[in-house]
Design a protein around this ligand. Structure first.
Ligand SMILES: Nc1ncnc2c1ncn2[C@@H]1O[C@H](COP(=O)(O)OP(=O)(O)OP(=O)(O)O)[C@@H](O)[C@H]1O
Length: 362
């Protein structure tokens, strides 16, 4: 039996089906990330699990206890579930210490010490404990909300974009610290995020949501390398999608012959590569003119946009792959993201090669 079991869950607001039939199982102590475009129903799903909304249909069970079944539901405060909302939702009239300690027993020994410890874990300076929420930045308020939820020692922690107001460096370190803290406390967690890198690095299980339903659920690696369709693929990172003729474990494409992950297929299909699978090596026009070996592919850089750690590079193919008829399958430039320091410049000639296998969309 899974720790959290959600079956056929549905919730509409008038004509809007915010959650339109969700099935989800979550193992005890694990971390699940839910990603999807704005308005696809992520927050509504968390609010249904937390008990702030009642489902129209479906069932939610936690550790064997039914929390909601159709219209009947256990009240939110009896569920033992922590929800950190997008805006933090702090109590404005309480100090920061009062907010963090809100759910703690007033007479608990070492209460102040515990509040200070939680503040430290989420990276808040002791000096802010006496302040009121409006005297803190958005990012600091999110951290207070996180500490407050941790203080209640929930059975299940629901995090709705808890790092969104933090800047990049702090965001990564907070994510790591929170993941460690939740893991050492053995708290099962569901994180909602817009950030695909955050989802892939934080979670054991990732669910991609679209229009109230899950398009695909799986391990971060499986979803990244074997997405079910183009939408899932593009949501989880940059993609290169190519038309291909599949047969015998290979795809004939305009980048030449590439090994694929579905051996048994023999048809026309679309395949996907991640940009890091396409390697560019410096070359010259002389190399291109001298190239007689089949399968050696050259390109010219037509755009190179500097973006700090990663640059976006557009490459136009200069010669035909092997077999040459595959060249007819599309001629738009390849768009790749390359490390900033050694990204090629406009006009550079490059030799193109593909590493690893391509994924064939089903
Ligand atoms: N209380 C409500 N009343 C009416 N419609 C609502 C309500 N809450 C959500 N919705 C609608 O339900 C849909 C799903 O909203 P939800 O907030 O769950 O999406 P989301 O994926 O969390 O979006 P975002 O990433 O922008 O926060 C949206 O169309 C939204 O407008």
């Amino acid at each position: 039996m899974s720790f959290l079991e959600i079956t056929s869950l549905a919730k509409s607001y008038g004509p809007v089906a915010a959650v339109a039939g969700i099935d989800l199982t979550v193992a005890a102590g694990s971390r699940t990330a839910i990603v999807g475009p704005s308005g696809c129903g992520k927050t509504t799903l968390l609010r249904l699990i937390a008990g702030f909304e009642t489902p129209d249909a479906g069932r939610i069970a936690l550790a064997g206890q039914t929390l909601a079944n159709g219209g009947t539901a256990v009240p939110a405060h009896l569920r033992g579930i922590g929800l950190v909302a997008q805006d933090g939702a702090l109590f404005p009239h309480l100090s920061i210490a009062g907010n963090i300690g809100f759910g703690m027993d007033k007479h608990e020994a070492k209460r102040d010490e515990r509040i200070a410890e939680l503040a430290y874990i989420v990276g808040l300076d002791k000096g802010v404990l006496k302040r009121r929420p409006h005297q803190l930045s958005g990012g600091q308020q999110q951290r207070v909300a996180l500490a407050r939820a941790m203080a209640m020692k929930p059975r299940l922690m629901l995090l709705d974009e808890p790092f969104s107001a933090l800047d990049t460096g702090l965001r990564a370190s907070m994510r790591k610290a929170v993941a460690e803290m939740l893991e050492s406390a053995g708290i099962t967690t569901i994180l909602v995020t817009h950030d695909q890198a955050e989802a892939l690095s934080f979670a054991d299980q990732v669910a991609v949501m679209r229009e109230g339903r899950f398009s695909q659920i799986g391990t971060p690696r499986d979803l990244y390398l074997k997405p079910k369709d183009r939408m899932v693929a593009e949501f989880l990172g940059d993609t290169i999608v190519l038309s291909a003729k599949i047969g015998g474990g290979f795809a004939e494409t305009r980048l030449g012959r590439i090994a694929v992950d579905g051996k048994e297929r023999h048809d026309l299909a679309r395949i996907m590569l991640r940009p890091e699978q396409v390697m560019l090596a410096p070359a010259s026009r002389a190399d291109l003119d001298a190239a007689s070996k089949p399968g050696v592919l050259f390109g010219e850089v037509t755009e190179s946009e500097f973006g700090g750690s990663a640059c976006t590079v557009a490459v136009k193919l200069l010669n035909s792959p092997d077999p040459p008829e595959a060249a007819a399958i599309g001629n738009t430039p390849l768009i790749l993201r390359k490390p900033g320091l050694d990204a090629p410049s406009v006009g550079d000639i490059v030799r193109i090669s593909v590493v690893g296998k391509a994924h064939v969309f089903s």
